[in-house]
Design a protein around this ligand. Structure first.
Ligand code: CAO
Length: 553
């Protein structure tokens, strides 16, 4: 047995760095290259690895200490001769190991493509590595990022590193995917609206001194500065805003355990998540003291806290269809993939009930036809759906629990009236939303609906066109059918489905009279709404369509 002092190696451009995490304790057995402590400067965090295998005898640093090259981190008891042979193969620890340092690397190198164009983000000098694999994307197109915010994680056989953004901006495009291999200089992302931080900062290497400074293209800092444009305001609440603060090794550890890091509370400096935090979170979940959000979503709070068994379904049948006849395969459209996943969740999570009813729209249809004749030249066709949107607003005002969303064990009651309508498009179903329908007239609603339906068919709806809905209407009236069960568009709690109206004989007290009858199918969330309220909602909604003057009462 021999004792070896493990020292801080050459950590590049830093005088003194703070110890922010101890990754081992006295008595631990460590392998060569295993990380011992994490240090952090104002530019980067790094893990200091062990140059030898052995057992930790004494730790010489504590969290909060400042260390620099040559500081003794700990004393290791190594197997006889190993110390000698290790030091025979390589210089003293202080001089070795830079290649094994796990580090958050300098901000990716920005390259301006044009004065007004997006900023090209390239892989900076990440040290002695070639062909490192992208293992995690930490942002997605549309995300607003801050300077130094990590964009993605790469991993070689020795280290995992997070590549930070060189500037604030909006991620316009990601040029890499998980599994891709990257090298210094590779284009990884385009940032729009980017304003580059002080060029000196992006050019300063935060890697071991043995690695050359980031090979920024000659024009980079100056050109980057010249593209500085208005930086989009940082939007709290966007997914990137809450990116968990953790070192690469803690991220790796959490990934290995399947722990959702964004749900772990960090106890380290500046809220940094430590390995202990991840362990404690895991313990809490295992003992039932805590629940992950994914588990909570499977068993919503109002169902009693998630003690239910899983669905325990049979596997999906795997059939070789070609055995039975010719087939062709087609990818699902992007909209179908997204809406399918949402519909599936809503159907499985929400206890749906559907009440069917009828509305006599004889007079309303006559009025609508007359209106359209009068306004033939206006170019706006008043639709039955516009009247239904107005009737829905009145019904939501009368029955506020229909204009609500569940948030855990609370009901969020809305004082605004945004009504979505299902639109059938060649690529699938979308639900554009008429905002503030309570403040708009029938003609304006008809006009907006026709514009939104047109945009939907052309695939030009913006996300904002489909957000904020309180209640939805799905009309199959132009197509056919009698009744159906619409799926609630979560987090809304009810949806009105309408089918094709038809003339039916109705008893008026003395005789049968031909009336135009509209079939209604109201699906509602039984966690929020009761059957009696749903029946009342339908009766009221139908009464408004039967005599639209009631809407003014
Ligand atoms: N009963 C009888 N006829 C009706 C009707 C009803 N309930 N609703 C509409 N119609 C008539 C219209 O008057 C129109 O007739 P004219 O051309 O003679 O004037 C015709 O049907 C076509 O109407 P439309 O469908 O173009 O207009 P709309 O306002 O009724 O609907 C929109 C617009 C965007 C909702 C519709 O085009 C659409 O996409 N519907 C499908 C929604 C859907 O897919 N729902 C299912 C969701 S669950 O998978």
């Amino acid at each position: 047995m021999a004792l070896v002092d493990i020292q801080v190696p050459d950590i590049g451009d830093f005088d003194e760095v703070g110890v922010i995490e101890l990754l081992v304790k006295a008595g631990d057995t460590v392998k060569a290259e295993q990380s011992l402590i994490t240090v952090e400067s104002d530019k980067a965090s790094m893990e200091i690895p062990s140059s030898h295998a052995g057992v930790v005898k004494d730790l010489h640093v504590q969290v909060g200490d400042k260390v620099k090259q040559g500081s003794v981190v700990l004393t290791l008891e190594v197997a006889g001769g190993a110390a000698e042979s290790a030091s025979n193969q390589a210089p003293a620890p202080a001089a070795q190991a830079p290649a094994a340092i796990k580090t958050e690397v300098p901000a990716a190198v920005p390259v301006a493509t044009a004065a007004s164009g997006p900023l090209e983000v390239r892989v900076p000098d990440i040290g002695d590595f070639k062909d490192v694999a992208v293992i995690e994307l930490l942002v997605k197109p549309g995300d607003t990022v801050k300077p130094e915010q990590s964009l993605f994680t790469v991993e070689s056989d020795k280290a995992s590193m997070e590549i930070p953004s060189p500037a604030a901006g909006v991620v316009q495009e990601l040029k890499v995917m998980v599994g891709d291999k990257v090298n210094i200089g590779d284009l990884v992302a385009l940032l729009s609206g980017a304003a580059v931080a002080a060029p000196a900062a992006t050019a300063t290497p935060a890697v071991p001194a043995s690695a050359p400074a980031p090979a920024a293209p000659a024009s980079a800092p100056a050109a980057a500065a010249s593209v500085a444009v208005a930086v989009p305001a940082h939007q709290p609440g966007t997914p990137t805003a809450g990116l968990p603060h953790a070192s690469p090794s803690v991220r790796k550890f959490a990934r290995a355990l399947g722990v959702p890091l964004d749900e772990v509370k960090g106890s380290g400096p500046k809220g940094r998540i430590t390995q202990d935090d991840v362990q404690n979170f895991t313990k809490a979940v295992m003992t039932g003291a805590a629940q992950t959000r994914a588990a909570a979503a499977k068993a919503p709070a109002s169902s009693g806290g998630g003690s239910g068994e899983g669905l325990n379904l049979l596997p999906w049948p795997k059939v070789d269809f070609a055995k039975f006849g010719p087939v062709e395969r087609k990818d699902l459209s992007r909209i179908k993939k997204i809406s399918g996943a949402n519909l599936h969740r809503n159907w499985v999570v929400i206890p749906h009930v559907t009440n069917h009813d009828d509305a006599d729209i004889t007079d309303l249809e006559a009025f609508r036809v007359q209106l359209n004749k009068e306004n033939e030249k206006s170019g706006v066709k008043v639709t039955m759906l516009a009247f239904m949107i107005k009737a829905a607003v009145a019904a939501l005002k009368k029955f506020p629990e229909f204009n609500a969303s569940l948030d855990g064990e609370q009901l969020v009651l809305k004082n605004y009236f945004h009504i979505g309508f299902a639109a059938d498009t060649p690529n699938g179903l979308v639900v554009p939303v008429i905002k503030d329908a309570d403040q708009k007239g029938i003609v304006q609603i008809s006009k907006e609906m026709s514009e939104l339906a047109g945009k939907a068919r052309e695939g030009k709806l913006a996300p904002a066109d489909m957000q904020g809905g309180c209640f939805s209407i799905s009309s199959l009236g132009g197509i056919g059918g009698r009744y159906f069960t619409p799926i609630i568009n979560a987090p809304e709690v009810a949806i009105m489905g309408v089918c094709k109206s038809s003339i039916e004989p109705k008893w008026d007290g003395q005789q049968f009279a031909p009336r135009l009858i509209l079939p209604l199918s109201l699906s509602w969330d039984h966690r929020v709404i009761d059957g009696a309220a749903a029946a009342r909602f339908n009766v009221y909604f139908a009464s408004l369509l039967a005599d639209f003057r009631r809407i003014a009462l």
